[in-house]
Design a protein around this ligand. Sequence first.
Ligand code: ZN
Length: 213
Amino acid sequence: MNNDNNEIYFSKDIKELVGTEYGDIEKHSKFMKLALNEAKKALDEGEVPVGCVIVHNDIVIAAGSNKTNIKKNATRHAEIEALDSIYLSENASKFGGDKLLSDCKLYVTVEPCIMCAAVLQLAKINIVYFGCYNDKFGGNGSILPVHSIDCFERGHPYNCVSGVMKDQAIHLLQKFYFQENKKAPVPNKRKRIDPDQMINNQDNSSIDQPIDK
Ligand SMILES: [Zn+2]
């Protein structure tokens, strides 16, 4: 599980890395802004706003935004969309997808989920920069450290840098959930049922059971 510098693959906040090659906030923010633009596109399309770009030698070679609703496919996360645009491009056939991606940085507004974290290992991405943490499904340290697990036969562990423009990423998510909450109907007050009454009732099927959601 060691990289070339004999260190465990890390997931660290960019502020911890200032002064190293990973901690150039100005440079990495420039690319994260482009990922945020992708996330804004997702927001405009009614998707959970997550966006990413893939960078090779300081040039953006792919971009993607979350399209799970539009494509009715729960796997179409921003990272998968961006990777597909490389695998399906002429560059992939010219350089080989894995060879190309092993020299690429991926910038994504929200920590990759466990699925995407594993896919990025298989794609042999060089490094991942992300904005805010994904507290429910994060695969770069929040829930599972998939980036650093050396268990995939064809995979390659990678380092992660968090906290790049995280406030902007969180702001977009808040905007999305605010919009969704406005659309949701006002819930009826739950009907409280005395458990003793339920036992005494001959026809339990007619009882209006509370549903937890
Ligand atoms: Zn994902």
